[in-house]
Design a binder for this molecule. Structure first.
Ligand code: GLC
Length: 502
């Protein structure tokens, strides 16, 4: 069998609102993405994943969809989308789009009808409620005018669909067809372990993302993905789907990627692992044992940027560890998901003023949690204020950017061999040469304390998470390192790729 394109693909997540603004309203858009395709091609990624750009009142940054078959004027038009897909393909980039099946926007015509008392069976309405909480904080139920309540596992503006109603199935198959017919190469499935809730909606003790829970991961959800897989397989060109599955078990994760279900699911265990060779080794072993096609991810639009996570654990180490973790991740069998801005070494913006914040997590936790805006700050393209090239003219972007963004901008880093951007470009170029020619298996090598060494055919990767330098494993050439090697030793917080000729 030919190796499918997505098995080793590097997919770049574009949070559309914050990537590049072509229209000049301070918000990123589809034409902004299209104009930056040469940048992405040069970076060396294989595919882009676009976060939701559908008509939405933006109660949750677009993850509240009011029309699944359109483009919000904020982001452009359907014609802009079609041009983007065509141009991306011309640049050798595949395009994944987000599909949000767990909930719609409260502005969706079906929910508007439900509010009028029509067809409430497409959502989850009840006279009496259980103790479920919204993932963003506060109760998961909101009362409507006639006294019934509806369920929303996220914001009140995101009512959960009733997947026990076949009409919901038919609607989503049709939505997938709509985008497949417009040439998308696949889907990222939002809250893929949601959709079904346990019959009877029993109270829960702990509502966190767990493999066994009345709220998440009900067995019926797998039938949905079997249907979706059949649909995808019916299209030419290796269309695929990757699920956003938050769970506490790799065996549970594996259920979503059985041969007749999704092609991939995100592996958040890698993102959650502490800076430790034993933790990294365990995640790698568990993942490779559990799933046929692994994925790896360090950051996305929902979590604190990994540079800042590493810094929080051990101040001053963030960037070095971020680069070392990236190099290690790119050496692993499977596909890697990058988040816009990580190639610039962007940190989380932690000091956004409260009045600038937009994430419902901030509001629903009554300001107790900062929310996710800090990883969504618009990308700095140039050194110029006010928007560092994000928006044309003098427009202020939708979230304020910190002054340090000038130094981290693409313009500043481009051509500087020591920059994070040029490091990413080198790493991705090497990976492209290697990934599909080396075995999709990994062998551990004996590693000194604090370090982790493994090989895949001619490639050896070594990462040092310890406190002192370690000797490099046997090699014929050094391909690339995430930081300088010192007298042939691998310093702490550094990873290296080595070549072995025999
Ligand atoms: C997913 C998205 C997140 C969103 C949530 C509800 O986790 O990644 O941004 O808030 O689903 O749709």
């Amino acid at each position: 069998m030919d190796i499918p394109w997505w098995r080793d693909a590097v997919v770049y997540e574009i949070y559309v609102r914050s990537f590049a603004d072509a229209s000049g309203d301070g918000v990123g858009d589809l034409t902004g993405v299209r104009e930056r395709l040469p940048y992405l091609q040069r970076l060396g990624v294989d595919a882009i994943w676009l976060t939701p750009f559908y008509p939405s009142p933006m109660a949750d940054g677009g993850y509240d969809v009011a029309d699944y078959r359109g483009v919000d004027p904020l982001f452009g038009t359907l014609a802009d989308f079609e041009s983007l897909v065509a141009d991306a393909h011309d640049h050798g980039l595949r395009v994944l789009v987000d599909v949000v099946p767990n909930h719609s926007s409260s502005e969706h015509p079906w929910f508007q009808a439900a509010l009028r008392g029509e067809r409430r069976d497409r959502y989850i309405f009840r006279d009496t409620i259980n103790n479920w909480q919204s993932t963003f904080g506060g109760p998961a139920w909101t009362k409507v005018a006639d006294g019934q309540y509806y369920l929303h596992l996220f914001a009140p503006g995101q009512p959960d669909f009733n997947w026990r109603n076949p009409e919901v199935h038919a609607e989503f198959l049709d939505i997938l067809r709509f985008w497949l017919d417009r040439g998308v190469d696949g889907f990222r499935i939002d809250v893929a372990m949601g959709l079904y809730k346990a019959e009877g909606l029993p109270d829960v003790g702990d509502q966190s993302f767990k493999s066994v829970s009345p709220v998440w991961g009900q067995p019926e959800v797998h039938d949905v993905y079997r249907d979706w897989r059949r649909l995808l397989d019916g299209y030419p060109g290796e269309r695929m789907a990757v699920g956003e599955v938050w769970t506490d078990s790799s065996e549970d994760l594996a259920l979503y990627v059985r041969p007749d279900e999704l092609h991939q699911s995100f592996n958040f265990a890698w993102l959650q692992a502490p800076w430790s060779p034993t933790a990294f080794k365990k995640v790698i072993e568990d993942t490779l044992a559990a799933v046929p096609f692994a994925t790896w991810v360090l950051s996305n639009h929902d979590v604190v940027r990994h540079r800042t996570r590493y810094d929080a654990a051990d101040p001053g180490t963030g960037l070095a560890r971020a680069k070392a973790a990236l190099l290690t991740m790119l050496a692993l069998p499977g596909s890697a998901y990058l988040y816009q801005g990580e190639e610039l070494g962007l940190p989380e913006v932690t000091d956004l003023p409260d009045e600038a914040r937009q994430d419902p997590v901030f509001f629903q936790s009554k300001g107790e949690l900062p929310g996710r805006d800090g990883c969504r700050v618009p990308i700095p393209w140039t050194v110029d204020t006010p928007s560092y090239g994000f928006s044309p003219g003098g427009v202020e972007p939708w979230l304020p950017q910190p002054a340090m963004f000038a130094e981290l901008s693409v313009e500043k880093q481009e051509g500087d061999a020591g920059s994070t951007l040029e490091f990413y470009r080198r790493a991705l170029a090497h990976r492209r040469d290697l990934a599909r020619s080396i075995p999709y298996t990994l062998e551990w090598l004996d590693s000194p304390e604090g370090a982790l060494f493994f090989t895949r055919g001619p490639l050896t990767c070594a990462i040092n998470c310890g406190l002192g330098p370690v000797h490099l494993p046997e090699h014929d050439a050094v391909l690339l390192s995430s930081g300088p090697l010192k007298r042939g030793l691998l310093p702490p917080d550094t990873a290296v790729w080595l070549r072995r000729d025999s």
